[in-house]
Write a protein that binds this ligand. Structure first.
Ligand SMILES: [Zn+2]
Ligand SMILES: [Zn+2]
Length: 124
């Protein structure tokens, strides 16, 4: 598969049975539908797969108009409601999601921390 951002090759990898693709060039991560959610539930552990350079990812974050590497249709840019600084690209057809390097880590860690906060407040 070709990276939708920098056109480098994306390499298939696996974390605890969940498959994903990581770009050899920009370090971006690609997940097919729901794979990302599975990993986010793992919390901080899953953040370890985001080995790309976050600074580099930030630069690629500015590249807005990308096509889905699977279906070749324009991807939608989405903001996480709870974490507006994280901007992802999602495909409306296959529901695949692209995270720039550093974004997935950010996403996992914040979701993980939010989960803890939720639990603490509920127990009060
Ligand atoms: Zn790339
Ligand atoms: Zn697609």
């Amino acid at each position: 598969m070709q990276c939708p951002k920098c056109k480098n090759e994306m390499k298939e990898a696996e974390y605890k049975g969940t498959k994903y693709d990581q770009c050899k060039g920009c370090g971006g991560l690609w997940f097919d539908a729901l794979e990302a959610e599975d990993l986010v539930e793992e919390g901080k552990g899953a953040a370890a797969i985001d080995t790309g350079d976050a600074k580099k990812g930030c630069g690629f974050n500015k590249k807005r108009e990308i096509n889905c590497p699977v279906c070749n249709v324009r991807m939608c840019r989405v903001h996480d409601l709870k974490q507006p600084h994280i901007q992802l690209e999602t495909c409306g057809v296959c529901k695949g999601t692209f995270f720039d390097a550093g974004e997935f880590k950010d996403f996992c860690e914040e979701t993980f921390m939010d989960g803890i906060k939720d639990r603490l407040t509920k127990h009060r």
